[in-house]
Design a protein around this ligand. Structure first.
Ligand code: CCH
Length: 276
């Protein structure tokens, strides 16, 4: 925009501050939804949009917002995310100049920040794809019933190392599992709408045992109220992951710094001009 030329619709002319504010306003707009905040499901939307990235082929990732279309919208891992996409629809209508891909990732970052988390590096520049032919194949997001090797496969494919994998997993301090979405049930912490290092404290300080029920294998604490997925337990069972879990349980500032960097990197994967 040299010389003050205003190009209508140009991404750089959008008032991202106003979009951020609009996201903040919907977060707690429905006290009856889950624990009173849409924040966690917005974080999950941003993560599932981005987590399909494959470094080797440059395919997948948040650029494109392909989850608007089948088959990706129907992938099992994305069950329940229609709620989050619909929530952002009025914001997209009000600010049509932002791409869905930018809006979804920005909303995830704003949600983290509004729930007390670190500020996440984020830049616009994503462009929406026109149809479902650009969807990544099913199976790129992690399967919660597996273990450490699977976590390394999936997150390694995106380009993350062990420390980043553990840091990112700390997002499970937020939100809960829904039987009708994933088959798993319950929250990881007693403060599921506050971003903190509580997930790591629960992992290391609480006692976990297999839940006796007819659902998929998951772990519960003595109260029966809190849960861990098999992939969560893998972080304490794996010799190389465990030291990072311990570090983040003790040092919340370190967790916030590492999480902000890793989540910012996740949001940038496959984005032209931003991806490594
Ligand atoms: Fe996750 N996650 N996630 N997750 N996740 C679920 C819910 C959330 C896995 C499985 C599940 C990350 C990594 C993993 C969130 C953020 C992140 C659920 C329950 C399953 C299952 C879904 C339901 O029933 O609603 C697995 C497996 C992995 C890695 O191995 C990463 C990385 C992030 C973000 C950085 C958030 C937030 C939720 C809560 C959503 C809600 O609706 O409350």
């Amino acid at each position: 925009a040299a010389g003050g030329v205003v190009v209508p619709g140009l991404a750089s002319k959008l008032d991202y501050g106003a979009v951020r504010k609009a996201v903040e306003e919907v977060l707690e707009s429905n006290p009856d939804y889950d624990d009173g905040s849409y924040g966690p499901v917005l974080v999950r939307l941003a993560w599932h949009a981005a987590g399909t990235y494959d470094k080797a082929t440059g395919t997948g990732g948040s650029n494109g917002a392909t989850m608007r279309f089948a088959p990706e919208s129907d992938h099992g891992a994305n069950a329940g995310l229609a709620v989050a996409r619909a929530l952002l629809e009025p914001i997209k209508k009000k600010y049509p100049g932002i791409s869905y891909a930018d809006l979804w990732t920005l909303a995830g970052c704003v949600a983290i920040e509004s729930m007390g988390g670190p500020s996440i590096p984020w830049s616009p520049g994503r462009e929406d794809k026109p149809d479902g032919s650009y969807c990544p194949p099913d199976g790129r997001l992690p399967d919660a019933s597996l273990g450490a090797a699977h976590i390394r496969d999936v997150f390694g494919r995106m380009g993350f190392d062990d420390r980043e994998m553990v840091a990112l997993s700390g997002a499970h301090t937020l939100g809960r599992c829904h039987a009708d979405r994933s088959g798993f049930l319950g929250p990881w912490t007693n403060a599921p709408t506050t971003f903190s290092n509580l997930y790591f404290k629960e992992l290391t300080e609480n006692k976990w045992r297999k839940k006796r029920w007819s659902g998929p294998v998951q772990y519960e604490d003595k109260s029966g109220q809190l849960m861990m997925l098999p992939t969560d337990m893998a972080l304490v069972w794996d010799r190389k992951f465990k030291p990072y879990v311990d570090e983040y349980a003790k040092d919340e500032d370190k967790f916030f710094n590492d999480f902000a960097a890793a989540f910012g990197k996740l949001m940038a994967l496959g984005v032209p001009g931003q991806s490594p």
